[in-house]
Design a protein around this ligand. Structure first.
Ligand code: ADE
Ligand code: ZN
Length: 341
């Protein structure tokens, strides 16, 4: 099979058939405007939009905070266990259609508990949908609970306390929301407790924040994976460290474009990351807000950077090697990629 593609369609067909995992997906960021309207009606919640088109038109952001403001507002329509189930199963159906075989899903409990929704409601709805998705689509999953970094560490500690009865269903903890001004150091103690409980550790770092935040995520939080990590490239010693430690980066091209982390996908750092030996992966972050699920992210960045078959195969392989699956499952998925390629 030749390594270069003859057309964008040829590349899209290759991407569509490639088995892959998604490692950076905020379930609340997969809330499509149509479901937002359905849930607003079902729960008698007022939303400041008259139509689906108006919602989509509001999704123009100049930075992360612009997006977060509308993201927290959007999740206000989620009230019942069934709402969280419907949200999650809809995402799994989309992921399965993109030939995603394994997902590691973030959820933001504080975005719900601070509105008076019980932690139990959130986790029961999400996990019931993940069980349904396993039976219906054969898609496996891990669940990662994120702490909102604009809130206090005490608030994160209380969230970890609320999660204790459900640790059988929670695989890891993460750190998201407004990055600049809220460094990983702020959460060192709660992450140490999560680690002691046997949870995997991830953190958004280097999306808008400086390379120093990536260093802190490694040194203080002792992360197993870095979410985004784009700005690591400003620090050659950090790049060498990430490569040396085979640290997985969950990169989100359309998110980076929509949040103005990059001006143009042709200037996206993904190829530089691969050339530097970093374990980069492609993910959708908040697909409803950023205009595409996993395959759309692969297509957009692959077209912009003219990625080859070998590079796309490396990216798909990285998505499994960087996952929290056990070794036997990783071997099985990697063999499926090799058979396809
Ligand atoms: N929450 C949802 N999406 C996020 C992102 N891209 N960065 C930080 N927090 C988020
Ligand atoms: Zn994210």
């Amino acid at each position: 099979m030749p390594d270069a593609f003859t057309s964008s369609e040829d590349r899209a067909a290759f991407i569509a058939g490639l088995p892959k995992a998604e490692l950076h997906l905020h379930i609340e960021g997969s809330l499509e405007p149509e479901l937002m309207f359905t849930l607003a009606r079902r729960n008698h919640v007022a939303i400041p939009f008259a139509s689906v088109e108006e919602v989509r038109a509001a999704y123009a952001f100049s930075n992360l905070q612009d997006f977060l403001d509308i993201y927290y507002q959007g999740m206000g329509v989620l009230h019942t266990e069934q709402d969280f189930h419907d949200l999650t199963i809809a995402y799994c159906a989309r992921a399965s259609a993109d030939n995603v075989r394994h997902v590691e899903i973030f959820f933001d409990p504080q975005g719900h508990t601070e509105r008076g929704i019980a932690f139990e409601t959130v986790i029961r709805g999400i996990t019931r949908a993940l069980d349904d998705a396993s039976a219906r689509y054969g898609i496996s999953s891990k669940l990662i609970m994120c702490f909102l970094r604009h809130l206090s560490e005490a608030d994160a500690e209380a969230t970890l306390d609320a999660a204790l009865p459900y640790l059988g269903r929670i695989d890891g903890v993460g750190l998201d929301s407004s990055e600049v001004g809220h460094p990983p150091a702020k959460f060192e103690r709660v992450f140490a407790r999560a680690r002691a409980l046997g949870l995997k550790i991830v953190a958004h770092a280097g999306e808008e924040g400086p390379p120093a935040y990536v260093h802190e995520a490694l040194d203080l939080l002792k992360v197993d994976r870095i979410d985004h990590g784009n700005r690591s490239l400003e620090d050659p010693a950090l790049v060498a460290r990430l490569a040396g430690e085979a640290m997985c980066l969950t990169v989100c091209p359309l998110s980076n474009l929509k949040l103005c982390v990059v001006d143009d996908l042709a200037a996206h750092p993904l190829r530089t990351m691969l050339d530097a030996g970093l374990i980069a992966t492609i993910n959708s972050d908040d697909p409803s807000y950023f205009g595409g699920y996993v395959n759309a992210n692969y297509r957009a960045v692959a077209d912009a950077l003219d990625l080859s078959r070998a590079e796309l195969v490396t990216l798909a392989r990285n998505s499994f090697t960087g996952s929290f699956l056990g070794e036997a499952d990783k071997v099985r998925h990697l063999a499926a990629i090799d058979a396809y390629a």
